[in-house]
Design a binder for this molecule. Structure first.
Ligand code: PEP
Length: 253
């Protein structure tokens, strides 16, 4: 089964409206004509409408970095799936390790958000990954399985096919430390085996599993050459058009 690699920029809490306009215009030019790879960006909420309108008719998808699972209500400071589809985004990153560690999101909450996103025709990216302590205690697979089982609870194979799983070892996020291609591939293979248990082999074979953690133009091709690594979720290197485009070009043709 061939899966088109997907490179997604998670801008986190960066970029004003003016900076968003500049970055998406530069990116669009820089990856024009690159084939065999899908590209996407996740700006902050305030810049979503600007990015959506600047990328209208272009091949770069736009998504959000988080959402509340409810449609509306007294949830000060939150953004709902209805608001995201209203603004025209197509995907939403859920359960990022920063949401889990800094904002206390647990596996069950992430699962409710995944189900809500699907119910509103938003493509969920379900993030998972172990801390350094968990890796050193040989708990990587158990942690990732627990996060994914809860995150994918109650979802049938048909709807699961559109979900992107992002494996992001917490110790590699924003640290400059990257999992070796072999370390990452080993976890990705285990994730695909879990997806096959949950949804069957053909759905598991169709699902994209991104790697995230200090991906740069210089290490992207080797990581993506692994059989179960289907793209990257990119933080720091997505904030600059040359480095993000360098990753997209390293993976595409
Ligand atoms: C991320 O936060 O999703 C991420 C992978 O960040 P970085 O690329 O900066 O490690």
């Amino acid at each position: 089964m061939s899966r088109t690699p997907l490179i997604t920029g998670n801008w986190k809490m960066h970029k004003t409206l003016a900076a968003t306009r500049t970055l998406v215009a530069e990116l669009d030019t820089a990856i024009d004509g690159v084939a065999g790879v899908d590209a996407a960006v996740a700006p902050p909420f305030t810049a979503l409408e600007t990015a959506v309108s600047a990328l209208q008719g272009k091949s770069i998808a736009v998504g959000a970095q988080n959402m509340n699972e409810a449609e509306e209500g007294a949830f000060t400071g939150e953004i709902s799936p209805v608001m995201l589809t209203d603004v025209g985004v197509s995907f939403v990153i859920l359960g990022h390790s920063e949401r889990r560690a800094i904002f206390g999101e647990d596996d069950e909450l992430v699962g409710r958000k995944v189900r809500s996103a699907l119910a509103h025709d938003l493509q969920p990216y379900l993030c998972c990954g172990e801390t350094r302590e968990q890796r050193e205690a040989n708990e990587t697979i158990a942690v990732v399985r627990r996060q994914l089982q809860a995150g994918l609870d109650g979802i049938d194979a048909h709807r699961a096919a559109g979900i992107v799983v992002a494996y992001e070892p917490v110790w590699a996020i924003g640290t400059g430390l990257t999992a070796t291609p072999e370390q990452a591939q080993a976890v990705h293979a285990d994730i695909r085996a879990l997806l096959a248990e949950l949804f069957g082999g053909s759905t598991a074979a169709a699902m994209r599993i991104q790697y995230g953690g200090s991906v740069k133009p210089g290490n992207a091709a080797e990581l993506m050459s692994q059989p179960d690594i289907d793209g990257a979720l990119v933080g720091g290197a997505s904030l600059d058009a040359d480095s993000f485009a360098g990753i997209v070009r390293a993976v595409g043709s």
